[in-house]
Design a protein around this ligand. Sequence first.
Ligand SMILES: [Zn+2]
Length: 146
Amino acid sequence: MSDLTCPACNSSKIQTVKVVRTHRAPLGRPKNYTADVNTCLECGEEGDFNSENSKEMKIAYLASGVELVRETISELRKHDMSPAFLDRVLGLERGTIAKWESGVDVPREAIPIMQFLKAFPWIAEAAEEGYTHEAVARVIRSYLLL
Ligand SMILES: [Zn+2]
């Protein structure tokens, strides 16, 4: 791009190379995105001079996160936690988890919820019993013994 200038020396002699990088949501799988690497031909400064890469990173994060949401719901089914059960304990409208599992209209907020459930799946069982101390202690013990 001709409007790029070097942040170090203000030169407009910039070379841009496209590289493939990965980004991911925590606990999710990495997704590729194409990043611009700008190099100043005057002073050698290198980087993303006009922050073009953040949009691509965000897209990769969301792709990784949506996949994590779908896979976590699938894993929770194996622990006998159905979508209807998860709707109930998370206080979500009926059908929400099934919709997320299908990958349709997955809101960004679903990602941290499923990261939390992936890391601490027992919390859903404790939630079913109103997070009583006894319920939390019992489900933690049962998961630690697995
Ligand atoms: Zn420069």
